[in-house]
Design a protein around this ligand. Structure first.
Ligand SMILES: *[C@@H]1O[C@H](CO)[C@@H](O)[C@H](O)[C@H]1NC(C)=O
Ligand SMILES: *[C@@H]1O[C@H](CO)[C@@H](O)[C@H](O)[C@H]1NC(C)=O
Ligand SMILES: *[C@@H]1O[C@H](CO)[C@@H](O)[C@H](O)[C@H]1NC(C)=O
Ligand SMILES: *[C@@H]1O[C@H](CO)[C@@H](O)[C@H](O)[C@H]1NC(C)=O
Ligand SMILES: *[C@@H]1O[C@H](CO)[C@@H](O)[C@H](O)[C@H]1NC(C)=O
Ligand SMILES: *[C@@H]1O[C@H](CO)[C@@H](O)[C@H](O)[C@H]1NC(C)=O
Ligand SMILES: *[C@@H]1O[C@H](CO)[C@@H](O)[C@H](O)[C@H]1NC(C)=O
Ligand SMILES: *[C@@H]1O[C@H](CO)[C@@H](O)[C@H](O)[C@H]1NC(C)=O
Ligand SMILES: *[C@@H]1O[C@H](CO)[C@@H](O)[C@H](O)[C@H]1NC(C)=O
Length: 473
């Protein structure tokens, strides 16, 4: 998205269907100072529910038909395949939200069958600009029927300039939302691209808004967040090595952590309604690199660990931070492709989905670690430690002559048993060539066989810029 000034105060929910080592310091050789993480004997009291539908995608409205398939009954098969790869790992369809900047330029035009849009000319900074006009036709939203069964579909209504209560009140005048199973309303759904939002749970709900008729139907509070901004200026453009890492991610998550209990107390979900690495469509070469995959794993599990209920990674067509390119992308930029394909960050989503798993009563908590470059999470099923994710955010750049460092992480409290290891690997942080457990998902269906090894001791070695999933069988 572009930086936005317009407040989008209401949305309808249709339930249907590092601090990495500084760039330029590629290797780090720690000897005798092995990091250590703790596997607690029993599930910590502060463990949070790990929702099956934690991961969702937010889709720029002007390109929605490219994702859904441009006609009813003709889905984009590639998109559905790659969404199902994630869904099959959790047993739950990936949530979708359609909205963002271009929703502000959308007009309902019932005479148009599906949609038409006017796009400005591309610029170097924005090779894939957002539409200046979108005609929302008769079947535009009906295209959601093309998506996999069970998809939670969430549409943001456009251009409200009045207060939330009167806006939502107008909606209630025209739609009955009081029947059982009716969609809920969402409040929030705004925020400056990456600066602290002036809208907080306390500042919003503290106004008594929930006491209104519309307020009684609010089911979630939504905020938007980016870690910084793509500028196209070589000086200010984010650099490889600056996205992943414990301090960076925790620094960006802290303000949500404080608000989640307030939303909980009000009985509503807390949702990251639109997020990704860097606003203005991502930083080419960084947002579409292996670093973004590791970032997505750590960020998602960190958010879940503080109680955030759902996360929507923002997507367009041709954007650098996309997990998925739903159609061929012309040109010669880092996102160019002659066929639909996934991008590096998608592998992070696969790993998170597998960490969530299909089991019952799944909870997550961050595990203690005494290294700033090692983050770790435990995942419990019915209070049994079922899995752990460990991320080594030391930065290694492919193509440098330096030796790739590794860290051998001691698993405190590990009791011998059968433990499998799957790895999220890449030649380096700035590489787009990622593999999950040895498999390549570039074209949708995985190629190669699943690589799973077994833990033989109470420690595990991770290369710089690598993450592992341990399954305690
Ligand atoms: C790491 O330390 C070991 C042991 O001191 C040494 O043999 C090795 O050369 C070092 N590697 C790098 C890349 O500095
Ligand atoms: C982490 O803790 C372990 C166990 O106490 C210790 O051996 C190790 O040196 C520590 N590592 C670091 C990087 O502090
Ligand atoms: C949005 O609302 C403002 C204020 O009512 C109006 O000036 C503007 O034209 C509207 N934009 C669209 C796209 O409807
Ligand atoms: C877009 O580029 C074309 C061809 O260069 C030019 O004719 C047109 O005026 C441009 N449109 C806008 C809106 O700048
Ligand atoms: C958020 O992340 C960005 C880089 O990705 C970093 O520069 C910034 O310091 C982080 N913010 C906080 C509050 O830690
Ligand atoms: C890449 O595409 C741009 C815009 O189409 C063009 O100006 C440029 O010459 C191309 N660069 C290469 C190396 O092909
Ligand atoms: C990664 O970064 C290194 C060091 O800057 C550079 O030599 C290499 O070409 C980069 N690789 C890619 C794929 O950009
Ligand atoms: C994954 O598959 C794509 C498409 O076949 C290929 O271009 C790419 O090099 C493969 N990546 C790896 C790491 O094998
Ligand atoms: C565990 O031992 C087996 C058999 O000796 C070996 O193939 C495997 O690589 C070992 N696993 C690890 C993580 O070292």
């Amino acid at each position: 998205m572009l930086q936005r000034t317009l407040i989008l105060p209401v949305a309808l929910l249709f339930i249907g269907g590092a601090n990495a080592q500084a760039a330029g310091l590629p290797t780090r050789n720690i000897t005798g100072q092995s990091p250590w993480i703790n596997l607690p004997k029993s599930m910590p009291k502060f463990a949070r529910t790990l929702p099956k539908n934690l991961l969702g995608l937010s889709i720029e409205m002007d390109q929605w038909p490219q994702w859904a398939g441009t006609t009813l009954g003709s889905p984009n098969k590639f998109v559905n395949t790659v969404l199902n790869n994630i869904a099959s790992r959790t047993g739950y369809a990936v949530n979708l939200r359609v909205g963002a900047d271009s929703e502000d330029t959308g007009f309902s035009v019932p005479s148009v069958p599906v949609y038409s849009a006017i796009f400005p000319n591309a610029t170097a900074e924005f090779p894939f600009p957002e539409a200046t006009y979108v005609a929302i036709g008769k079947d535009f939203y009906a295209l959601s029927a093309n998506m996999p069964a069970g998809t939670d579909f969430h549409v943001e209504l456009t251009n409200y300039t009045q207060t939330w209560i009167s806006t939502a009140g107008q909606i209630l005048d025209s739609i009955d939302l009081t029947f059982p199973g009716a969609p809920g309303l969402q409040i929030g759904a705004w925020a400056d691209a990456y600066r602290d939002s002036i809208f907080t749970v306390a500042g919003t709900l503290g106004t008594g808004i929930l006491d209104s008729a519309a307020g009684a139907l609010v089911k979630s509070f939504s905020v938007h967040n980016y870690f910084g901004r793509h500028t196209g200026d070589p000086v200010t453009e984010p650099k490889s090595g600056q996205l992943m890492g414990r301090n960076t991610i925790r620094g960006n998550v802290t303000r949500f952590a404080a608000q989640v209990p307030q939303a909980e107390a009000a009985g509503i979900d807390y949702v990251l309604g639109e997020t990704n690495s860097f606003s203005s469509h991502g930083s080419p070469g960084l947002s579409d690199s292996a670093e973004a995959a590791l970032w997505l794993v750590d960020f998602s599990l960190q958010l879940a660990s503080v109680g955030v209920n759902r996360i929507y990674f923002h997507e367009g067509v041709g954007f650098a931070y996309n997990l998925i390119q739903p159609v061929p992308i012309p040109g010669n930029g880092t996102t160019a492709t002659s066929v639909p394909r996934i991008q590096a960050a998608y592998y992070g989503a696969l790993m998170v989905a597998e960490a969530i798993g299909t089991g019952a009563n799944t909870k997550v908590a961050e595990l203690s670690s005494n290294s700033t470059s090692i983050a770790a999470y435990g995942i419990w099923e019915d209070e049994r430690l079922a899995r752990a994710v460990i991320i080594n955010s030391d930065v290694f750049f492919a193509g440098t002559n330096g030796k790739r460092s590794s860290q051998t992480v001691e698993l405190g409290g590990y009791t011998n048993g059968k433990t499998s290891i799957k790895r999220l690997t890449a030649p380096g942080a700035n590489s787009t060539e990622v593999l999950w457990a040895g498999q390549n998902f570039t074209l949708g269906d995985p190629t190669g066989s699943v690589q799973e090894t077994w833990l033989n001791s109470s420690s595990i070695t991770l290369e710089a810029t690598e993450a592992v999933l341990l399954c305690f069988k």
